[in-house]
Design a protein around this ligand. Structure first.
Ligand code: TXE
Length: 502
């Protein structure tokens, strides 16, 4: 398989301007140089070239950002902003992002490797939907009047609850869909009156930095949204340890999530963890095969499989196994692999050389364990970090390629006989993030849905996060939820007020 490399789209002037601009941290509404002078390179995964240098944030930089966020939290301009004004501000922010969608899509293509039209329309589309959905919440953050009766003789009370912002939020974001996940954390912070310090992944910081600048342009007060670049061990750790941070919202690996949870215990922070997955896809013999194969392909090969909800374990009813595997392999072979800036690219590179090597390690181990590469199975030569879309048939259920999150364009296929076996295989994982059922039989669907231990079940659909639907996992896929009303609960404290009136 070859990589398409010619005829790349040219960068629009806005993208070029931002790439050329010296990169700093974004603190209190200003670009601020790093305190240490250390920096790191951001690499274009389509050709291994250095895009730009980024300052590596220190504990001092993190402290500066948290102080700015804490000042903004208590500034009447933000604290007392009428809810309807906060709503209007969020809509202005969304409109401004929409006007810069092409630029942001190109930055994601360069930084992550995703096709730029996916960045522009799918990722930025979700960013806009999330911001506009969350803009409906500031006017609806109500408490309740409680009837507590007369708990003491001859003493009457008026009692109510009110909701308040949880405080300064520390957001730690991964590299796979950086802008979208950053917005999943920024939008609820803006809706609830919190302030936020974001640490983007050291691998993909560009679009998030641009987003912070757009927030200021949209009228979000200085200090409400701050971005510190840098590595997890230093900047990330300092954010989790800081006593002025009330909440940590993390998306990333299970290993790092557990470490963050342990660290956050020292200051008893409110913690939300959206971790990895190894999501099962159950394909029943009554499914619409054409739609199923397209949906399964999109669900594993979209964003080169670097998606936490990727449907990476396919369980196929035995009678249709060979046919379904061959159809999926054919679909995989039809995908065009190339740089994110190529207009025909379906599948971009993996995000980094190290990640490409990790994905190849899983594929090779899966082949050694007895899996058959019906299609794919190799890295693609070239300066970029490409791996062929891969369908591995019949690896053992207990092998790493079936059990571990690969985060690449690799799907395993294993047959099953009945619904109980399908549910057992689907649940045979430490994760519980998402799951997929393809079937036209409503009884089969309703029998399976309650049996699956996962935060999301998509029936006859590939994954798409909707801002109204809570997003998170069972088991070791995390704690708490992003999106929906649930995230608003995670970003607010409930205060009980009891007033004696006689
Ligand atoms: O993740 P990490 P990595 C999975 C996927 C991938 C694997 C490793 O399987 O192959 O994780 O990716 C910051 N304190 N997912 O190494 O380490 C780090 O700087 C505070 C699934 O990139 O979890 C980055 O900003 N922060 C996932 C963020 O955590 C720390 C998406 C994620 O990095 C830290 C990404 C520390 N001690 C990867 N150590 C999903 N759920 O979608 C690191 N960080």
């Amino acid at each position: 398989m070859n990589v398409m490399a010619n005829d790349l789209k040219t960068l629009i002037p806005d993208t070029q301007r931002f790439l050329d601009q010296e990169k700093k941290h974004f603190i209190g509404g200003k670009w601020i140089a790093g305190s240490s002078g250390d920096s790191f390179s951001v690499i274009d995964p389509s050709n291994a070239e250095v895009l730009t240098q980024i300052p590596a944030g220190t504990a001092e930089d993190i402290d500066n950002a948290i102080q700015a966020a804490n000042t903004a939290l208590n500034d009447p301009m933000w604290r007392d902003m009428p809810p309807a004004n906060r709503e209007r501000m969020m809509h202005r922010f969304a409109d401004l992002i929409e006007g810069h969608a092409e630029e942001l899509g190109q930055l994601e293509a360069l930084d992550v490797g995703m096709p730029s039209f996916v960045g522009q329309h799918v990722e930025v589309g979700n960013v806009l939907d999330t911001l506009r959905y969350m803009a409906g919440w500031p006017t609806k953050l109500n408490g309740k009047t409680m009837n507590i009766g007369e708990p003491m003789p001859d003493k009457r009370y008026f009692a109510y609850t009110q909701r308040e912002p949880v405080g300064v939020v520390g957001a730690i974001v991964p590299w796979n869909v950086p802008l979208m996940i950053a917005m999943w954390k920024i939008a609820p912070a803006l809706a609830t009156g919190c302030t936020i310090v974001i640490k983007p992944s050291e691998v993909t910081p560009l679009a998030t930095l641009r987003l912070a600048e757009l927030a200021l342009d949209a009228g979000v007060p200085p200090g409400v949204v701050n971005v510190i670049n840098g590595f997890g061990a230093e900047a990330g750790q300092a954010l989790v340890e800081h006593p002025l941070v009330s909440k940590i919202s993390f998306t990333g690996s299970a290993v790092t999530g557990k470490e963050i949870n342990r660290t956050a215990t020292d200051t008893l922070k409110n913690v939300t963890l959206e971790l990895g997955g190894k999501s099962p896809v159950i394909l029943l013999d009554d499914a619409n095969m054409e739609k199923a194969v397209q949906g399964i392909s999109l669900g594993i090969f979209g964003n080169t499989g670097q998606v936490c909800v990727a449907g990476s374990r396919l369980y196929i009813q035995a009678g249709i196994f060979d046919d379904a595997v061959e159809r999926l392999a054919k679909e995989a072979r039809s995908l065009k692999v190339g740089p994110g800036l190529h207009p025909e690219t379906n599948i971009g590179p993996l995000v980094s050389e190290a990640h490409r090597d990790k994905v190849m390690g899983f594929i090779n181990a899966g082949l050694k364990a007895g899996g058959e590469a019906v299609t794919g199975g190799s890295a693609i030569d070239g300066p970029g970090f490409y791996v062929e879309p891969t369908v591995l048939a019949n690896p053992p259920q207990s092998s790493d390629v079936v059990q571990e999150e690969i985060f690449g364009p690799v799907i395993t296929a294993i047959p099953f006989d009945d619904l109980d076996e399908a549910a057992a295989l689907a649940n045979d994982t430490t994760y519980g993030l998402s799951s997929y059922i393809w079937s036209r039989d409503i009884q089969n669907v309703h029998q399976l849905v309650p049996k699956i231990r996962a935060g999301q079940v998509y029936v006859n659909s590939s994954p798409f996060p909707h801002p109204a639907m809570p997003m998170g996992g069972y088991k070791q896929s995390g704690i708490g939820r992003d999106l929906g009303e649930e995230v608003i609960n995670h970003y607010t404290e409930h205060k009980s007020v009891v007033i004696g009136i006689n």
